[in-house]
Design a protein around this ligand. Sequence first.
Ligand code: SAH
Length: 240
Amino acid sequence: MTDAANKNVDLDEVAKFEALASRWWDKNSEFKPLHEINPLRANYINERASLEGKKVIDIGCGGGILSESLAQFGAQVKGIDMGEAPLEVARLHLKESNLEVDYERITAEQIADRETAQYDVVTCLEMLEHVPDPASVINACMKLVKPGGHVFFSTINRNPKAYLFAIIGAEYILNMLPKGTHDYAKFIQPAELNNYARNAGLEVTHMTGLTYNPLTKIYKLNDKDVSVNYMMHTQRPETE
Ligand code: SAH
């Protein structure tokens, strides 16, 4: 691994996910929130990038919840992550789902050097808030996508409400996530993500919030509320 790529992996962050990996597909485990938001985000991606027959790479794929849904929509999917245990779980789960996804332990920066401009669609969801240098991953996503292709990001906003929902609510009150899953300082404001994307050469096409109502326990996409979780759809221009 090159030094630059190595520096952009926080081993403590990856270790958190290694420790939980065996429960990745348990819908009542720590991964419950990911299972619940998954249909919303997969549909959002499919509506904006029509996945059938597309070549897709899922960056920070973990146990493969999103990767499998993208494959279900008819995409040819590769999933990468730096956690070995999540990848093993992801590979095992394919035997249950009968889907095909090619999983590999490699960083976004490294695969971007190897497979430059090979992908129609790049997805990088709930991962940027776990890396030391999110801009470097965003640049790698830009490098991976073909001209005219789509790149999707999702992360958590940084403001008092996001702190309350994503850390106090999810980790301490509702016990939806293990304590220490998220580090507030690493949350990313939409304007910051916008700048990273623009600096990488991507055009920001759309943004939507993913809201959670703790009373009804229902998640919804809402493009008027990006105050906590949100997704961003960007595109690489056809010509630069
Ligand atoms: N994207 C998946 C999983 C999110 S959990 C989903 O939304 O369903 C975050 C994942 O990012 C974990 O699997 C963790 O191992 C991975 N990760 C953290 N830092 C990484 C890095 N530098 N490179 C690749 N993967 C990383």
